[in-house]
Design a protein around this ligand. Structure first.
Ligand SMILES: Nc1ncnc2c1ncn2[C@@H]1O[C@H](COP(=O)(O)OP(=O)(O)OP(=O)(O)O)[C@@H](O)[C@H]1O
Ligand SMILES: [Mg+2]
Length: 278
């Protein structure tokens, strides 16, 4: 009898031990899977870090190359413009205008790439937006003379404290888009500025065209980097305008209706905040 009870106790102890070791085994397997998953996550994170490092290095390199290319481009542009003036009215003069136009597009592409590679850091100075608009119009519209009518209206003070070359780039990108959209039709582009109080002294700029307009289904993607509906577009233009406006503590928005045409507005504070300038 005593032997039976010892055997039962032993059996129970053995059963308890078996259950405990089974549950330990299961826990071990769960832990093993967790470790495997963590290892995978770690190697994926390492891969992403390596990729980010490479992209940063490539961005730096692209910025250096862009700087190197811009100097000879500037000389080519000056010579082509001089030639165009000397040969005005002739076929050769037209060729010189094509060279100058192509160089300007390349230069704009490089500037967009540079701003994209290194987030814009505005250097504050006193700038006259009116002068910037006039200068941008002089470099963009001569080749479209007769095809598009441009109307400018400046209301109030056009002088603000901002980064002139960045603002110039933003206006340039908006104007090029407006001109692209009216190509091939009797185009109208309207640029206006006004001084408003929007919590603070602000300059509001509008660029309106009567072009093809922006379809509703692409509206929320047009500021995304590399989004383009153009055959030769890079899709950097509006993304750059957006980051320039934000770097100045301002905002940009767009409206487009079924009647056609698009209207872009941007608001820039009359002086850059120190925090925004960073
Ligand atoms: N004024 C406009 N009228 C109609 N569509 C526009 C206008 N401005 C922008 N878009 C649309 O937004 C897209 C993105 O514009 P964005 O300026 O960023 O790039 P892109 O003009 O296509 O190329 P890039 O500026 O690099 O030459 C354009 O491809 C076009 O579809
Ligand atoms: Mg563009």
């Amino acid at each position: 009898m005593e032997g039976d009870s010892t055997l039962r106790t032993l059996n129970e102890a053995f059963e308890t031990f078996r259950k405990a070791s089974k549950s330990l085994e299961q826990r071990y397997r769960v832990l093993e899977k967790k470790i495997e998953r963590l290892n995978q996550e770690l190697s994926e994170k390492n891969r992403l870090m390596e990729r980010t490092r490479r992209l940063a290095a490539m961005g730096e390199m692209a910025a250096k190359i862009a700087h190197e290319i811009r100097n000879p481009l500037a000389s080519i542009e000056i010579f082509a413009s001089l030639l165009a003036r000397e040969l005005e009215g002739s076929d050769k003069g037209q060729l010189a205008i094509f060279i100058s136009k192509g160089v300007k597009r390349l230069d704009n592409l490089l500037t967009n790439m540079l701003v994209f590679a290194r987030a814009p850091r505005p250097v504050a100075a006193t700038v006259d937006i009116r002068e910037i608009i006039v200068e941008v119009l002089q470099t963009t519209t001569p080749s479209m003379a007769g095809q598009v009518s441009i109307r400018c209206h400046y209301s109030g003070d056009t002088v603000i404290v901002a980064d002139g070359s960045l603002i110039r780039q933003a206006v340039y990108n908006l104007l090029i888009n407006a001109l692209d959209s009216v190509r091939g039709k009797k185009g109208r582009v309207e640029i206006t500025t006004e001084r408003i109080m929007n919590g603070r002294d602000t300059l509001k700029l509008m660029v309106r065209d009567n072009g093809e307009g922006i379809p509703e289904d692409v509206m929320d993607r047009i500021f995304d980097p590399f989004f383009t509906t153009k055959q030769h577009g890079t899709g950097l233009g509006l993304c750059i305008v957006d980051s320039i406006v934000k770097s100045h503590g301002g905002r940009i928005w767009v409206e487009s209706d079924r009647a056609g045409g698009a209207t872009f507005w941007m608001e820039i504070p009359s002086s850059i905040d120190k925090e925004v300038k960073g």
